[in-house]
Ligand binder design. Structure first.
Ligand SMILES: NC(=O)c1ccc[n+]([C@@H]2O[C@H](COP(=O)([O-])OP(=O)(O)OC[C@H]3O[C@@H](n4cnc5c(N)ncnc54)[C@H](OP(=O)(O)O)[C@@H]3O)[C@@H](O)[C@H]2O)c1
Length: 270
């Protein structure tokens, strides 16, 4: 596993998302998430991203990381309107995650960011939050995000970036590199679509020498071979996929021609 700078942290190039997959309540389902998190430790995955918006996910993360909080950097998100509602939701995230320190607190999809950023900046000044970030899924938000990056108000941004959706490559990633802003990549497998909805099987032969044996690994390696990315955060409900996905963090140095190959092969097979 390769590790990358995210502020002062050294995060694994492959992290773990929790959207949908950690929104569970049954003991048996929670036990599987415990296995996922334990498998992350065994595979050097040290970053978990969650959000108040993800149903029961924060609570499940809090439960399954209990006693091993020091093995992970935790990122979560506030998503609501208004100062008081935001402060209450943020306080609830600390309680559900069962921690008094959150490594990265993000404003989810930039919703009411003008209100929440000062709250998060205050918590950072108090030492309860390590870094402040924002997330966004739509290009319309990028100019505002880049403005916040230039003003030094965000330590990290979370954006979509994958073999098909490369919109951030033009301006946002170069700016992040220039300023040293952390970059988390959401939806690296396009919700699994670019692996599971292919019409044809991609040819993995040219990637074998990099230890890539599955298309999910190829897609993840494509992302983290861009060194401006701090961590790509695929999610899964299956413990056996943690090792598979983590392996891409050891193939994070693909040459440009192989990245071009993965892109062309995805387009051919979709
Ligand atoms: N606005 C925002 O801030 C925002 C928006 C979207 C996402 N995010 C963050 O980014 C994370 C990742 O995005 P995402 O969860 O939407 O999508 P994703 O990680 O691109 O895809 C997840 C899907 O891919 C499947 N998958 C995972 N590994 C696989 C493998 N090796 N082979 C085949 N299928 C595989 C999973 O199914 P199985 O369960 O069957 O493995 C799951 O359905 C989220 O969990 C969340 O933390 C943030």
């Amino acid at each position: 596993m390769e590790f990358r700078k995210l502020g002062n942290l050294e995060v694994s190039a492959i992290g773990l998302g929790t959207l949908r997959t950690f929104d569970v309540t049954d003991d048996a389902d929670i036990a599987v998430r415990r296995e996922i998190v334990d498998t992350c430790i065994g595979n050097a995955v040290n970053l978990i991203d969650t959000a108040a918006w993800y149903g029961n996910a924060e609570q499940v993360v809090g439960i399954v990381t209990e006693g091993q909080r020091d093995k992970f950097y935790l990122a979560t998100k506030v998503r609501c309107e208004g100062k008081e509602a935001g402060e209450a939701q943020i306080a609830r995230s600390f309680a559900l995650l069962n921690t008094d320190y959150i490594d990265l607190f993000q404003v989810h999809n930039m919703i009411d960011w003008q209100t929440h950023l000062p709250t998060l900046e205050g918590l950072k000044a108090e030492g309860k939050v390590g870094m402040v970030g924002v997330t966004a899924m739509v290009p319309e938000a990028y100019p505002t995000i880049m403005g916040l990056m230039r003003e030094g108000r965000v330590d990290a941004v979370q954006i979509p970036y994958n073999v098909i959706n490369r919109g951030v490559a033009a301006e946002l990633l170069p700016l992040a590199e220039e300023l040293g802003t952390g970059v988390l990549v959401m939806e690296p497998l396009q919700k699994g679509r670019y692996v599971n909805d292919l019409r044809e099987q991609p040819d993995l032969t040219p990637l074998a020498e990099y230890g890539i044996t599955t298309w999910a690994q190829a897609l993840l390696a494509w992302i983290v071979s861009d060194r401006r990315v701090s961590s790509a955060i695929p999610t899964t409900s299956r413990p056996e996929r943690i090792g598979e996905n983590a392996q891409a963090g050891s193939a994070a140095n693909l040459p440009p021609e192989l990245r071009d190959y993965i892109q062309a092969e995805t387009e051919r097979c979709l």
